[in-house]
Design a binder for this molecule. Structure first.
Ligand code: AMP
Length: 130
């Protein structure tokens, strides 16, 4: 059965899309640690990042760097944190999180955003990818 992220990539489930290339896809996390919290996922479904082949892993890291730099330009923050962590969804995902404090990195404190705020945030980040 396809993962929830594969369903997002194929358009079966909606998302606030940030970017995609031939191998990877980025969208806003629906339960964000901070405004602009983004997930970068490989289109090929793999459960654990260390099981990816090296070429695919390097492509995901390069894609995540590009998206992370756009987030840093678009969202006021001290820096963008990058983390591959979590047990919920068995499909590799790189969390890119704008950090104002380390509280944003704990996954214990969430921010609530309206659909309009999600769309505005995604649009701001997308502008910096052009
Ligand atoms: P984890 O595997 O623990 O990193 O958790 C999965 C992450 O995916 C969490 O941060 C969720 O908020 C996020 N997530 C789950 N479903 C969706 C969705 N439909 N759209 C965007 N983000 C999601």
């Amino acid at each position: 059965m396809p993962s929830i992220f594969t369903k997002i990539i194929t358009g079966e489930i909606p998302c606030y899309k940030i970017a995609e290339d031939a191998d990877n896809f980025a969208f806003l996390d629906i339960n964000p640690n901070a405004q602009g919290h983004t997930l970068c996922v490989p289109k090929k479904e793999v459960d654990k990042i260390l099981d990816m082949d090296e070429a695919a892993y390097m492509k995901l890291m390069a894609f995540s760097r590009k998206v992370g730099r756009a987030i840093e330009a678009a969202i006021p923050c001290k820096r963008v944190g990058m983390s591959v962590i979590g047990l919920e969804v068995p499909h590799v995902h790189v969390h890119l999180i704008p950090l104002q404090s380390m509280q944003n990195a704990t996954f214990q404190h969430k921010v609530s955003m309206t659909p309009e705020e999600f769309e505005n945030t995604a649009s701001k980040i997308r502008k910096h990818l052009k």
